[in-house]
Design a binder for this molecule. Structure first.
Ligand code: DGT
Ligand code: MG
Length: 391
């Protein structure tokens, strides 16, 4: 079969990191359907199936026009039998039975609602579901023991389930910038995640922090957190070593200075009127932003505050300057794009890519890079700018 003329050459490439995937595309109905099936598989802990549907959706995002007939798909990679069946049904009838029955199933809706709580993963959600819980307010009323992240997740659920706007992300950026400059002048912060890819809203705001003098960034995170705490900006924070990398980034030998790489999951209190962080003169533990009874840990009845301030999820990552390019590439996403980069590196180049380094298994050495462009070049890939990494 010869590829359909509507299919650009780049769409025929099978790794998402070889293609340009813009934010806005022409096949939203199809990609939403496939992504719902992907999400459902993820909630059922079927990772292989979840990735297969996500790859299928991603290929459709690269097409320059809407798919109208099955022939339009000729020559495209990443479309398995199951995805093709769903697409065919949607093209013929306008919807897919499997997608609609999944969308309306109690299990999908409950697991989605429960994992939508900050601090709750698939395993916990599944256990709660079996115990009869269906939504955040069920959790709040239940006798379940919650860890501190989950307590914050339930308490601020109303706010955290709202999308974060670009203006709010920028306002938070100014607060983080101020915190960082206070504790380490010359440090640099970069907005990463979906906002760097051009998204207009996000579920959180992601920042990468570094300092041009290698080593200066050591110990920075606790100081930034402490400054933010004293200003009354933080509703919740937990700082961790980034163990995700050790477990998920495969065979790569961790760089020796791995332990300097820190991540903070936090919830900021963003002033709605000024876009500034919550009342700077506020004494910790006092009444907050005009919303009484909202001290974490006191009362788990979910509360929301329509005026005053908004709770916003913020992720902070500190990287040594020598790893900045890798960290920037690794934290910009999308998640599928990241996954595909690592798969390409491993399968096609015999290399191991992480958010810290690129290791060439054949040459048995690390390949240095200070920019994303250099990393793409080491990987033998055409450079894809952040706005086209929306796979
Ligand atoms: P959003 O926030 O829903 O609008 O979408 P994103 O793309 O900002 O997703 P998010 O915030 O979950 O993560 C930002 C990027 O950071 C994501 O595309 C991949 C990367 N990332 C997330 N979690 C981890 C992690 O634990 N380790 C590493 N290395 N990267 C991560
Ligand atoms: Mg994000």
């Amino acid at each position: 079969l010869t590829p359909s003329p509507v299919i650009p050459k780049s769409s025929a490439k099978s790794y998402a990191c070889q293609r340009r995937t813009p934010l806005k595309h022409h096949n939203l109905l199809l990609t939403e359907a496939l992504e719902l099936l992907s999400e459902n598989a993820e909630l059922g802990e079927n990772e292989g199936r979840s990735v297969a549907f996500r790859r299928a959706a991603a290929i459709l995002k690269t097409l320059p026009q809407a798919v109208q007939r099955m022939e339009d798909l000729q020559g495209l990679p990443c479309l398995g039998d199951h995805s093709l069946r769903v697409i065919k049904e949607m093209l013929e009838y306008g919807s897919s039975q499997e997608v609609e029955s999944t969308r309306h199933s109690e299990q999908y809706q409950a697991l989605k609602a429960l994992t939508g709580i900050f601090g709750v993963g698939v395993k916990t959600a599944e256990r709660w579901f079996r115990g009869g819980l269906r939504c955040p307010s069920d959790v709040a009323k239940s006798e379940e023991r919650l860890n501190s992240a989950q307590q914050a997740g339930v308490l601020y659920h109303e706010d955290l389930s709202q999308r974060v706007s670009r203006a709010e992300a920028d306002a938070i950026g100014q607060i983080v910038e101020r915190a960082v400059q206070e504790v380490l002048p010359g440090a640099q912060i970069t907005l990463t995640g979906g906002f760097r890819r051009g998204k207009e809203t996000g579920h959180d705001v992601d920042f990468l922090i570094t300092h041009p003098e290698e080593g200066k960034e050591e110990g920075l995170m606790p100081k930034v957190i402490q400054w933010l705490e004293t200003q009354g900006v933080l509703l919740y924070q937990k700082t961790t070593r980034n163990s995700y990398l050790e477990s998920k980034d495969g065979p790569s030998r961790p760089p020796h200075n791995m332990d300097r790489f820190e991540r903070c999951f936090s919830i900021f209190k963003l002033d709605r009127s000024t876009g500034e962080g919550g009342p700077l003169a506020q004494a910790p533990g006092g009444e907050v932003g005009g919303c009484e009874g909202r001290a974490p840990g006191s009362e788990l009845e979910p509360q929301h505050c329509s005026t005053g301030w908004k709770a916003v999820r913020v992720d902070l990552v500190v990287s040594p300057y020598s790893q900045f390019g890798f960290a920037l590439l690794g934290w910009t996403g999308s998640k599928l794009f990241e996954r595909e980069l690592r798969r390409w590196a491993g399968k096609e180049k015999n290399m191991s890519l992480s958010s810290h380094a690129l290791y060439d298994n054949s040459q048995r050495r690390y390949l240095r890079a200070s920019t994303e462009e250099e990393i793409f070049s080491h990987l033998g890939l055409e450079y894809i700018p952040p706005c086209d990494r929306n796979a």
